[in-house]
Write a protein that binds this ligand. Sequence first.
Ligand SMILES: [Zn+2]
Length: 210
Amino acid sequence: MHVFRVPSWIQALFPQAIWRLPSPEACVYLTFDDGPHAEITTWVLNLLDQYQAKAHFFVVGNNARQWPELCQDILDRGHGLGSHTFHHRNGWRSETSQFYADILEGHRSHPKMGSYFRPPHGRIKPKQARWLRQNGFQLVMWDLLSGDYNSKLSSDRILWQLKRKTRSGSLVVFHDSSKAEAHLREVLPAYLTWLTQQGYTCLPLPHDRD
Ligand SMILES: [Zn+2]
């Protein structure tokens, strides 16, 4: 079963994380993990421009180092750039010291990387979350996980769930990766159209400290 929203008791374990930014305005925060990817990220950026939508990109350091110009393009178009480790490392399965080293390397993978950090697969221990805070990172989780990477879901089902569960201030996870591409190309334009019809504005995450 795909869990679109993380249960509140898990959210309570990470009080320092951003899960959702409730607002009286109808707004959502779109986020894209695992890029940048030459074709897919460019396609996403062009689509977001068409809808005047802003987003935050949590890039894998290894990709960011390979595609610095794509990272710059993300920033030039008014989106945020956050990190997602260097090797897409899982905090539950990694040696803690290795995990920290990978986070720091990911942060250094682009000179304009912001302080927002999202752990791969959302897997992080409370101790690691405290380390992030002590080292100047802001932990960013999500309110809705689209499941765009999941081949067992249909695009229709993903879109239906997103429409059903979106609420003001939702942080929504997509992936600008080849694994998610098929769903992303179907779901994202339809979701953006729906958001516009519903009066939602897609905002960048509030400015981070870097
Ligand atoms: Zn990821």
